[in-house]
Design a protein around this ligand. Structure first.
Ligand SMILES: Cc1cc2nc3c(=O)[nH]c(=O)nc-3n(C[C@H](O)[C@H](O)[C@H](O)COP(=O)(O)OP(=O)(O)OC[C@H]3O[C@@H](n4cnc5c(N)ncnc54)[C@H](O)[C@@H]3O)c2cc1C
Length: 441
């Protein structure tokens, strides 16, 4: 039996980050079943035809060039006493240290009709290939359930390739966990104008049909189809931890329980990424954080520690972004709604300028919103909506939140300016929003 110093279950971004950071300094293997690791974030754009499906497939040499062995198999059992894993193909491997990075699977809710033809979730290469193939074969109608980032991106992609697309969510606005209503309302209007049929503040009760879905029954109303539709649930993820049920590994509903060094309750067993449960760095509460931008830092931290460092993880900020028609939108930390729900006494500030000097012919609007704790003056979160990409601005806000920059300090933020790249030197989004908040304190 082959034994590895470090054996990793899973081949997603968390696992790949670990082997890249270990740089072959430990005898390491990754076990993962699929033909290709995926660039999940790009999958909707392969459906839209912006890039080919092949571009979403990661190359195995990401793992092998980093000096690790890639074993294409699925782990069916871990024996934590003898430090061995058993696989579907009937092989066993030993480990000195085990890292679990089995990710999360999309949720298919327990409602009537999910067994019908073309009812599915959206994560794997085969999901992508299937949707692409039915689109290429003339799919006419589709329904996406869940208006979070994945649902929004998929619905727009389908709409773009001339599929009549419905988008359903029980929240009253799109991207409910990411954006407050005041910041998303214009983008939502444009999404509806682009042709996506929005059914918000509504819930799917069941799917009816004999072979394929002929009708969707909603809490308020129904949708009848004239053709065989595609129905995709994008309603959230659940950790992929079934093989650890009834073992000594401590699990919760949202994942494997770990400490701030990615250690589980079992010595020499670590877990990272979407399969874990972790907390908000802001409130300390356990929150959802199933993002590649959380999985990767968790993996990097663990790899550094396995090489002798002593880093600790502060938790999720959940900086994230997406695109809604012409609007780039993003957020970090707590929304106004989440902060109020948590009981914070908050002050909100906004600023709206242009992405370049407003006299430039291609200037676009950009708006920022900051949410601040009145008592500590600390920034709890922020949102950005713009005609240009927003991740850099979202990350600036995260930096302020993460490193405890108070709102009065932010009024002194030193910025740069140039006609192509910012508003006039006379003002800056963060500074203006900060001044507005300070004037209310
Ligand atoms: C369509 C889509 C778009 C997304 N867009 C974004 C985005 O824009 N930004 C962002 O930050 N995040 C995005 N995400 C989320 C992001 O992809 C995940 O957070 C990230 O992949 C988590 O990484 P991970 O390594 O923890 O798990 P995963 O990537 O889920 O990898 C888990 C791995 O474990 C393997 N595995 C599971 N069980 C076993 C077993 N028993 N034996 C062996 N191997 C096993 C799986 O096959 C897989 O290789 C998106 C996700 C989807 C689906």
């Amino acid at each position: 039996m082959e034994t590895y110093e470090i054996l990793i279950i899973g081949g997603g971004p968390a696992a790949i980050t670990i082997v890249k950071n270990l740089k072959g300094k430990k005898k390491t293997a990754i076990i993962r079943p699929e033909d290709h690791s995926m660039i999940y974030c790009a999958m909707p754009y392969a459906i839209e035809g912006i890039l080919s499906l092949e571009k979403t497939l990661k190359k195995d040499k990401l793992v092998t060039d980093a000096g690790a062995t890639l074993i294409r198999d699925s782990v069916t059992k871990v024996d934590f006493e003898s430090k061995t894993v058993t696989t579907e193909k009937g092989n066993s491997y030993g480990y000195e240290k085990l890292i679990i990075s089995t990710g999360a699977n999309p949720i298919l809710p327990p409602i009537e009709g999910t067994n019908l033809k073309n009812v599915m979730t959206f994560k794997t290469e085969s999901d992508l290939r299937y949707i692409k193939s039915i689109v290429d074969n003339g799919l006419k109608e589709a329904v996406v359930i869940g208006a979070g980032a994945i649902g929004i991106e998929l619905a727009q992609a389908l709409n773009k390739v001339n599929v009549k697309t419905y988008l359903i969510d029980m929240a009253s606005t799109i991207l409910p966990n990411m954006m407050d209503e005041d910041m998303i309302v214009s983008a939502q209007k444009q999404l509806a104008e682009s042709g996506v049929l929005l059914y918000l503040d509504n819930k799917v009760s069941s799917l009816k049909g004999s072979n394929y879905v002929e009708e969707i029954i909603l809490e308020k109303g129904n949708i009848k189809f004239e053709s065989e539709p595609l129905v995709v649930f994008a309603v959230g993820m659940k950790p992929n931890i079934d093989i650890f049920k009834n073992t000594k590994l401590e699990l919760s509903k949202s994942g494997i329980v770990i400490n701030n060094k990615m250690e589980t309750n079992i010595p020499d067993v670590y877990a990272v990424g979407d399969c874990t449960e972790y907390k908000s760095a802001i409130t300390g509460d356990v929150i959802l954080g199933k993002l590649a931008t959380n999985a990767v830092p968790m993996g990097r931290l663990l790899a550094k520690n396995l090489l002798g460092e002593n880093r600790t993880y502060s938790g999720f900020y959940n900086g994230a972004a997406t695109k809604v028609v012409d609007y780039f939108v993003g957020s970090t930390g707590l929304s106004e709604k989440a902060a109020k729900d948590k009981g914070y006494d908050i002050v909100v500030g906004k600023a709206k300028f242009t992405t370049t000097f407003p006299i430039m012919p291609f200037a676009k609007d950009v708006e920022i919103k900051l949410i601040v704790d009145k008592n500590t003056k600390k920034i709890l979160g922020g949102q950005v909506v713009s005609g240009e990409p927003v991740t850099d601005k979202v990350d600036q806000i995260t930096m302020a939140v993460q490193f405890g920059i108070t709102i009065d300090k932010l009024t002194q933020f030193s910025y740069s300016s140039q006609p192509y790249q910012s508003f006039f030197p006379a003002n800056n989004l963060l500074v203006h929003a900060a001044e507005q908040i300070v004037s209310q304190l």
